[in-house]
Ligand binder design. Structure first.
Ligand SMILES: [Zn+2]
Ligand SMILES: [Zn+2]
Length: 314
């Protein structure tokens, strides 16, 4: 028995997106010749200078032009925590894209959304998962991809006004990575963001420490995309994956966005034959029609290590 496992995000709450990159939509005909986005323009909702990360791969892959639209995406939540995030990151990315589409009056939009925090598998390591989404309201499809990385600088510390920040600053890769300073306890203001000079940092620490009930300032990486080069690299990688996916068209209907939507688990144990939950195949799917194809990723002769087997190694 093969067991199906959803390895990606759960469906978005509007019930339209059923698995990564897919949105159920009444099938329509897509021309098989030119790519439907060649020569078109998509609005990219961004406050934080993401155009140079997202536009080049899409332009190169399919000739889609991208224009930045300065909309206040902070309303959907911020990294600094002053506005809490609502809902799964994919929903937030889609909502951001629609903000840009509305502002620019375009039916095609792009946005990205990042999730940075302790890695679920390795709590002492931070990981960054970036989602980049394309929303096409003319054709009723959503295509998205993501990229995850541990190469994210996300440091924090609490310091008094006269403490030496030297070792922290080199770990935090300051000033290339900018910093945020706020009071450690008791109050959320004042808050200094986008700090990239020692003078600003020293003044901010003094002011925030004086405002805090414990006399300390909280110093942390400013994770906004324009302030955090290690995050920019992850967004760019996610955009590359999205561009590849958009360039790949459904073999049945020609829609852009063909790619992996699910993984099949079940590789037989070398000793007893029980299927252990290891990926054996990937399912590719279309964003516009129901077409699916299963692609083996291990050959039929491959057997799993009995160490992974629930019977041989309970
Ligand atoms: Zn076994
Ligand atoms: Zn299709």
């Amino acid at each position: 028995m093969l067991r199906r496992r959803r390895t990606f995000d759960p469906p978005v709450s509007d019930g339209q997106t059923t698995s990564p990159g897919t949105t159920v939509h009444p099938s329509r005909r897509w021309g098989q010749a030119d790519h439907p986005y060649t020569g078109r323009t998509a609005a990219l909702a961004t406050k934080h200078d993401k155009l140079p990360l997202i536009a080049p791969p899409l332009e190169d892959a399919v000739g889609l032009r991208v224009e930045a639209v300065a909309v206040d995406t902070d309303a959907l939540g911020t990294f600094t925590g002053d506005i809490p995030r609502q809902g799964p990151p994919l929903d937030t990315a889609i909502a951001k894209a629609r903000l840009g589409m509305n502002a620019a009056g375009r039916p095609l939009g792009l946005a990205s959304e990042g999730s940075i925090g302790p890695d679920p598998a390795m709590p002492f390591v931070h990981s960054d998962r970036e989602i980049v989404v394309l929303v096409d309201d003319e054709n009723g499809i959503v295509v998205w991809e993501s990229h995850s990385s541990w190469d994210i600088v996300a440091k924090s510390t609490s310091v008094g006004p006269d403490e030496d920040l030297g070792p922290f600053l080199s770990q935090a890769r300051f000033p290339e990575h900018q910093l945020i300073v706020r009071p450690n306890c008791g109050t959320v203001h004042p808050i200094h963001k986008g700090i990239s000079s020692l003078d600003h940092l020293t003044a901010a620490v003094a002011e925030c420490a004086a405002a805090a009930t414990d006399g300390l300032a909280r110093v942390e990486t400013d994770l906004r995309a324009h302030a955090c080069p290690s995050r920019r690299a992850v967004i760019a990688a996610a955009a590359e994956r999205l561009a590849d996916r958009i360039a790949t068209r459904c073999p049945a209907c020609g829609a852009p966005g063909w790619g992996r939507v699910d993984v099949l688990l079940g590789v037989p144990c070398a000793w007893c034959g029980t299927e252990v939950p290891r990926p054996r195949a990937e399912i590719d799917g279309c964003v516009a029609c129901e077409h699916r194809q299963t692609r083996s990723i291990v050959s039929a002769e491959v057997r799993a290590d009995p160490g992974e087997c629930p019977y041989c190694n309970p």
